[in-house]
Write a protein that binds this ligand. Structure first.
Ligand code: HGA
Length: 610
């Protein structure tokens, strides 16, 4: 992860760098730092552990003014999140910021130490600064030296560098971590994400893998991975609708939970006809490709992986297509046997998730039929590199714990299931028309579930003093339980585990006592009676039950059993609806525990490192 911002201009750039960092905090917030070539011709830096607001405070007390600078917000991979390890890292008159991991940093560190370089941090990044410094001794030109330096780096990097000796430019390199150049009038900028630069420009140029860029006030020059000078297209990007404030809500997460009816509606817009899904929503070649699909392989991480697991139930049950789902960090390093005519599907909110992107790149060599990305960011690497795309329309998600991105992914995956079944003629009669109708009603149903907000808030009190919980579900509700457990872990720091309810007696039941609340999702489906028996097993051991149950499921409150009635919904859509109370539950537990809901410890929004 980590966020990078850089600027070369005729005006003071420190406020631009700071504003950019604030917008990039979703990429990490362990520490923040800035290096500026100051108006009195010195390279100076300010670094602070913690969030960008700490750096801002320090800069208010001791301003740094200059027209060339780089800045960084860190999500630590190598070295503790303290000031010493915060970027920018210096070597002589050079300052470097880095997003990524240098895998051969130990070997490089030994070589550089032998050459007399002294290390002041525990980061892998510092080797880049010293190596570049060393290269400059022979090569003198900063851009030329950077080209030579990256040849010796193994791993992933987005890099921005400035030098007090060559203060006419900012140089950058991209391999495995995104970088975008923002084009201004007589000033130019660099960032990990164009969002950081929207305050200063709406014209952007995206660096591609292996690119090196030299950015001056009035020119930009780029070389590709082969060292050839290349032009990269510049694109104008206008989007007024930024989710930058919390409105009436106390946290972004709560706002985003409440946005779900609207964003689900948006994700459906233009994708449904009277009684069918419009297959071309996946791209012009979708119908032709879908007709050939005989298997689906889904690869994703975290919450997106849970969406993929729900989709497996749908794809096999509705469209009769065998489906496998795997976390990207495993898939990418495994010897995979690919069945003929398999569609490779990736799911990612940001479209920059490093493991998912790497899995997609590997998949291209493995003989998949085609790749499809379900993604929330249209200008992401995942979208650019996939054959087909379905953009979820969740809008910007700022809370680190994903909510609306998940439910819109589920909608996208149901559209995919119906499209594949439609094209291949494998859907049962009337199913598509029924589900299209149900999808149209879904935003209203989600609104009804959100109206249970205060009921769930009360239930949350049962968890405030607990250290462990179990989440149970059966069928497509099992991944919903996994997502519920993940949410609770992420923002309340309570240990939570999810199990298919039928697995309880094979081990986890041993954990159940009156200190272990057990959360269950119980729609009214064919597994309900089996689930009820599983819940009896919990009650018999003194476990306190919290059950989100269909209003027609015949479940009632009793001693140690708290039932929250959910609006009735078609079973296929129930994973989307039942996600809502679990999101609310984790939110209110976290509020009671006083954690940093939108930016929980140790996490970041966009996971762009392995
Ligand atoms: N490895 C560097 C940069 C971390 C990063 O990119 N995180 O996402 C460090 O630990 O400082």
């Amino acid at each position: 992860m980590c966020g990078i911002v850089g600027a070369v201009a005729e005006r003071n750039i420190t406020p631009i760098l700071l504003e950019g960092l604030k917008r990039l905090e979703y990429r990490g917030y362990d520490s923040a730092g800035v290096a500026v070539y100051t108006n009195d011709d010195k390279l100076e830096r300010m670094r602070r552990p913690g969030k960008v607001s700490e750096l801002e405070l320090a800069l208010t007390e001791e301003p740094l003014l200059g027209r060339l600078g780089i800045a960084h917000t860190r999500w630590a991979t190598h070295g503790a999140p303290c000031e010493r390890n915060a970027h920018p890292h210096f070597s002589g008159d050079l300052a470097v910021v880095h997003n990524g991991i240098i895998e051969n940093h130990e070997a490089l560190r030994d070589q550089l130490k032998a050459l007399g370089y002294v290390f002041t941090s525990d980061t892998d990044t510092e080797v880049i600064a010293h190596l570049l410094n060393h290269k400059l001794k022979d090569l003198t030109d900063l851009t030329v030296a950077l080209k030579a330096t990256v040849k010796e780096l193994h791993g992933a990097y987005g890099l921005a560098v400035i030098s007090a000796n060559q203060p006419d430019r900012l140089v950058a390199a991209r391999s495995g971590s995104p970088l975008v150049i923002g084009l201004g009038m007589g000033e130019n900028f660099l960032a990990s994400d164009q969002l950081a630069l929207r305050q200063v420009t709406d014209r952007f140029m995206y660096l591609e893998e292996g690119d090196i860029a030299e950015i001056r006030r009035d020119s930009v020059q780029i070389w590709d991975v082969n060292g050839q000078s290349v032009e990269r297209e510049s694109v104008q990007y206008r989007d007024g609708a930024e989710a930058a404030d919390k409105g009436e809500f106390r946290h972004f997460m709560l706002k985003e939970i409440h946005e779900q009816p609207a964003v689900v509606q948006r994700t459906l817009e233009g994708r449904l006809s009277q009684n069918q899904v419009l297959v071309q929503a996946f791209g012009p070649q979708a119908a032709e490709l879908f007709a050939k699909v005989r298997n689906v392989q889904i690869v994703a991480c975290g919450t997106s992986y849970h969406a993929g697991m729900v989709a497996r139930y749908w794809l096999e049950e509705l469209a009769g297509i065998p489906c496998q789902v795997e976390v990207a960090s495993e898939f990418r390093y495994r010897k995979v046997v690919v069945q003929p005519d398999t569609l490779f599907v990736t799911i990612s909110q940001s479209g920059e998730t490093a493991d998912t992107l790497a899995a997609l790149r590997n998949a291209k060599e493995l003989g998949f039929l085609a790749s499809l990305a379900i993604c929330n960011v249209g200008i992401s690497s995942l979208v650019r590199e996939s054959d087909l795309t379905l953009l979820t329309q969740a809008g910007r998600e700022i809370g680190v714990a994903s909510t609306k991105a998940f439910t819109t992914q589920l909608v996208g995956l149901l559209l995919l299931t119906l499209s594949l079944g439609q094209v291949r003629g494998t859907l049962a009669d009337g199913v598509e028309a029924t589900l299209v109708e149900e999808l149209r009603r879904l935003p209203a149903r989600l609104g009804e579930a959100l109206a249970m907000d205060s009921t769930v808030e009360k239930i949350a009190e049962l968890f405030a003093e607990k250290n462990h919980t179990l989440f149970l579900g059966r069928g497509a509700q099992f991944p919903v339980a996994m997502e519920g457990a993940l949410k609770l872990k992420e923002i309340s720091y309570i240990h939570a585990e999810a199990y298919p309810a039928g697995e309880l007696k094979h081990g986890p039941l041993a954990l159940v006592d009156n200190d272990m609340p057990v959360v269950t999702v119980a729609p009214n489906n064919e597994l309900l009676e089996k689930l009820k028996s599983n819940l009896q097993e919990v009650r018999a051991r003194g476990g306190e039950l919290i059950v989100f149950a269909d209003e027609k499921a015949g479940m009632t409150n009793g001693e140690g059993t708290h039932v929250v009635h959910m609006p009735h919904i078609h079973d296929i859509l129930s994973p989307i609806l039942y996600t809502i109370p679990l999101q609310l539950l984790s939110y209110y537990v976290a509020v009671l525990k006083g954690t940093d809901v939108d930016q929980p410890r140790n996490l970041a929004k966009s996971v762009t490192v392995e």
